[in-house]
Design a protein around this ligand. Structure first.
Ligand code: NDP
Length: 227
């Protein structure tokens, strides 16, 4: 079977930036897509950090759109600052959204995939997950955690036709990076920042039929920044 013919792809944080490009790309691939976010622009509204809201949102997706056979955990935030001065609330908010949010959504998203014995999960991590980025202890911890989570889900679900992979974008031109210092951007070997569409192309591949044997992998889309 092919998931896109029978199921729905949920893209968290699909209202703007990378998530919006992923949603558009998957629609172009033939998927029915449901975007999930806090703002009105989302197809279904939910804060991924809130387990009850996530449960209600996934129930709503199934009712309005159909069974969920692909999930892209893309919703993410930053709240930068040196660890020693980081407010506890900033640490918790970032981990709650970027890491715990992916857990809540994955747990609720697996039901239909298990029944279908076919599923695709893609977690949007970051190039900083495998490096140190001073000023981003909360963000780096969340994105590194996401890579570990990806590998475990891959092992737990691998026998059931479900794959779970991660994408690690580098510096991508979205609202999140508009204020970023020029020296980080100029450190990219490709000599430019990436586009949301370039990340979406990698997600499209991992969600597609050709990626059936790729499981627990991390695919960098960073212009060489993490090399
Ligand atoms: P944006 O800030 O442009 O978009 C973030 C998206 O996440 C929005 O759609 C927002 O929707 C949603 N979101 C944020 N918090 C929540 C929440 N609690 N619940 C539900 N949705 C939420 O970010 P980008 O497009 O740049 O980033 C997308 C992902 O890619 C993030 O995980 C980010 O960490 C990662 N990434 C980005 C890079 C970059 O250079 N831009 C580099 C590496 C990784 P709403 O406001 O409606 O809730």
């Amino acid at each position: 079977m092919s998931g896109r013919d029978e199921g729905v792809a949920v893209v968290t944080g699909g209202t703007r930036g990378i998530g919006a490009a992923i949603a558009e790309r998957l629609r172009g691939d033939g998927w029915t897509v449901a975007t999930l976010g806090r703002s009105e622009a989302a197809d279904v509204r939910a804060d991924v950090a809130d387990p009850a809201e996530v449960q209600a949102a996934f129930d709503e997706v199934r009712e309005r759109f159909g069974k969920i056979l692909a999930l892209v955990n893309n919703a993410g935030i930053t709240a930068d600052g040196l660890a020693i001065r980081m407010p506890d609330e900033d640490w918790t908010r970032v981990i709650d959204t970027n890491l715990n949010g992916a857990f809540h959504c994955t747990k609720r998203g697996l039901d239909d995939m298990l029944k279908a014995r076919w599923g695709r999960i893609v977690n949007i991590s970051s190039v900083v997950a495998e490096r140190a980025n001073p000023g981003q202890a909360n963000y780096v911890a969340s994105k590194a955690g996401l890579l570990g989570f990806t590998r475990v889900i891959a092992r737990e679900m691998g026998k059931r036709g479900i794959t779970c992979n991660a994408v690690t974008p580098g510096v991508i031109d979205t609202e999140m990076t508009h204020d970023l210092a020029g020296d980080l951007k100029s450190a990219v070997p490709a000599g430019r920042v990436g586009t949301p569409e370039e990340v979406a192309a990698a997600v499209s591949f991992l969600v597609g039929d050709d990626a059936a044997y790729i499981n627990g992998a991390t695919l960098a889309v960073d212009g060489g920044l993490g090399a």
